[in-house]
Design a binder for this molecule. Sequence first.
Ligand code: FPP
Length: 245
Amino acid sequence: MTRHDVPGHVAIVMDGNGRWAEKRRLSRTLGHQAGLRALRRTAEHGARLGIHTLTVFAFSSENWNRPATEVKRLMELFMGALDKEVKGMHEHGVRVRFIGDPSAFQPELQERMRAAEDLTAGNTRTQLNVAANYGGRWDILQAVRRLAGAARRGEIEPDRIDEETFGGQLALCGTPDPDLFIRTGGEYRISNFLLWQCAYTEFYFSERLWPDFNAEELDRAIDSYRKRERRFGLTGAQVRERANA
Ligand code: FPP
């Protein structure tokens, strides 16, 4: 309720791969590859610090509108990453979960996503949630549709739908809400990520482009988080009183 040392759940919008590449006159694909290396570094450092859950925005529902070649290269990168990284993650006790609508991906990619989830399903050391073809509004709408269907079938009383019932239908059900939300790339937006789940999340915006994000910058974000008082709608005095109780 008050100050916390290490956030249990960190959500990241990994922005700036394209600009990082363009600054170096490289292709945007090379920027995304460097982004994948930054993700590996960050996940490893996060696990060492005791961050239990990392949720990263890899591909939004709006990213399909990017140039076709960039989308194709990103899909190849995801496919390659699943082939190369999953075994190592499994050995390190990482549980991988995908959130989003997988149906738009090629069947081979969907198959690899499922295989990664199945292989790592029993791991409990850390959890990596990869948002792919995800949008916060999509997430809320699919929950609404499911609950409306259940209400129509008489399985649930509409008046009884509360935050818990609703949260149980969202893509991240069973995972506590993010404690800390990090966005790199100098943009100050949520961009349709985890809209429901970030109601009381602390935000940290980094000027660094995602491929330049490293352990030091993660430490800085956590330092900033540690100094905050999480009030969850209470007054500062109430929070201090409860902490001392
Ligand atoms: C945003 O930067 C980044 C993306 C849309 C892709 C992020 C993907 C990775 C970091 C690879 C992760 C891989 C796996 C398997 C999880 P941008 O392209 O919008 O950058 P810009 O704002 O500079 O153009």
